[in-house]
Design a protein around this ligand. Sequence first.
Ligand code: ADP
Length: 446
Amino acid sequence: MDEAAGDLKQALPNFNDSLQVHVEVHQKSSSTAKTENVTAHVMQLLNRHSIVFGDYTWTEFDDPLLVKNVNSVAVVDTELKLKDRKPIDLEKCNICIHVFQLNEEGPSAENLEDESEELVAANHWLLPAVDFHRLWESLIYDSEIKSNLLDYVTTTLLFSDKNVDSNLIAWNRVVLLHGIPLNNPIFTCHPLGPPGTGKTSLCKALAQKLSIRLSSRYRYGQLVEINSHSLFSKWFSESGKLVTKMFQKIHELIDDKDALVFVLIDEVESLTAARSASSAGTEPSDAIRVVNAVLTQIDHIRRYPNVVILTTSNITEKIDLAFVDRADIKQYIGPPSPAAIFNIYISCIEELMKRQIIYPRQQLLTLRDLEMIGYVENNISKLSLLLNDISRKSEGLSGRVLRKLPFLAHALFIQSPTVTVEKFLEALLLAVEKQFEERKTLMEST
Ligand code: ADP
């Protein structure tokens, strides 16, 4: 088997007894050590610590080579597969080590038009990028959304790489993540804005993850985020030349066969909306040309084996675009369940403890621990039970709002530089209640 196919195969779920464990090694940007060298030393580290409990990250090392060249070594995504934290004997696993360095430059904006205007038509990152570091881990869902997405797209890329004839086996490289329909009053009337269930973030995180996982097949990843909304509000009165210019740039990226190119089209429904507006005659005829130019271009680039088209939408029923319609992967991304909310809050509290805003550090129980003790209240479980209550009360709030609440809790109800977990949870509860009150007032006034 050639190296490329071996790498793609490694990234796939395993069908035999031994668990496939991925280890991501974040090499320092200043490091010039060879990948093989780093891999060998990471292997020695893993041999010394052969049992881990679920996902685990090392940031401190005894080995001078790792100290000099590596920021972290992380056993990742085992919990996606095992659905829980379980002891894993690494010696019995099939280990795949992925060494990567982060690009620290940040996005380059494609204005293409009047530089003085704020409106950005596209952003472009070289992957893996520092901007998306740990984004994948920060997104919490209770079903298997993340591992399914990863497996789907990995299979897609394997099929592309092997030139599987899509007339014989139907498959494509288009992904659609869709959310709550906008006519749902709970979500449309929210004071903090439209549904933020993590669709865009998940696309970016997926692109980053795949760039890391497939780094020995593709030398680097490229992510071009087309903001269809701003594209149309600005370009309707312009000529289709700008679209051509943007896609020329994308073509240049695709031409490098060592690059894995992700094209992210956020709010893809605005393409449909624009098209219906133009056919209804409410938009100038230029608009029809622009929309058609975009659609033709997307249809064209999606045929290249090293391209993945990632799209997001909030209104699925209105999307009648052929390329989205045919998307192989149409995944609904809804608001988190109380169990996922609990874990989102835990990650926020963990961060505030790390920064010593919540002080002293206190270990909270996991939901599984609570279940095991039958939710009985005692000194150890008290605070975790309170957090569980708060999580239930938060049901219906989007991930975006949930990630703001710890900040709001502090700003509105704490204000001091340090706070105990208990006081923090009391403030968090108040912040949740305030959210729902504000939402009620807003709905009554509309
Ligand atoms: P959408 O594209 O669905 O509107 P975004 O990707 O813009 O949502 O999400 C905004 C932010 O909300 C994310 O960066 C993330 O911090 C937070 N978020 C949303 N959903 C989740 C989730 N399930 N778990 C953790 N954070 C989430």
